[in-house]
Design a protein around this ligand. Structure first.
Ligand code: 5GP
Length: 127
């Protein structure tokens, strides 16, 4: 399977330190930072540091260590930010856009962690 990673995408530039970001948390393989155009009171982006285009690319080709670190960091973050329902938090939504139909804007795999209010229906225009 061929995935074509664009080194000039905005998150690659953030990872190289060419563009500033408001970092929330960083590990060996993962970076979490605030979305520049928040769509909820809390809107954090979580990205692997490796060059993966989208969720299927990451799931198929990332190392076990990268995948473990990504999802463990995501879970810990939900606790640290006080939104994890498993720790009596109010809950949160994860969104991962992959490809054209999902309107993925930045071609570097990322998950949106959104919280801070009741977020309403999952899709604005359900099928
Ligand atoms: P997508 O549509 O690809 O799932 O989401 C991309 C997200 O990246 C958007 O929510 C957008 O606001 C965010 N974004 C785009 N450029 C930048 C940037 O330069 N810095 C940060 N922090 N977020 C960005």
């Amino acid at each position: 399977m061929a995935y074509d990673y664009d080194d000039e995408n905005i998150f690659a530039k953030i990872l190289r330190g060419e563009i500033p970001n408001k970092t929330v948390h960083e590990t060996e393989h993962t970076l979490a930072f605030h979305d520049i155009r928040p769509q909820a009171p809390l809107h954090v982006l979580l990205i692997p540091k490796g060059p993966y285009v989208n969720s299927d690319h990451f799931g198929l080709e990332a190392s076990d260590a990268e995948i473990l670190d990504f999802y463990r960091t995501l879970a810990k973050l939900s606790h640290d930010l006080g939104v994890a329902p498993g720790a009596d938090g109010p809950g949160y939504r994860l969104i991962g856009n992959s490809g054209d139909h999902a309107h993925q804007e930045v071609p570097h795999f990322h998950m949106h962690l959104m919280a801070g209010r009741s977020l309403g229906a999952m899709l604005v225009n359900p099928a």
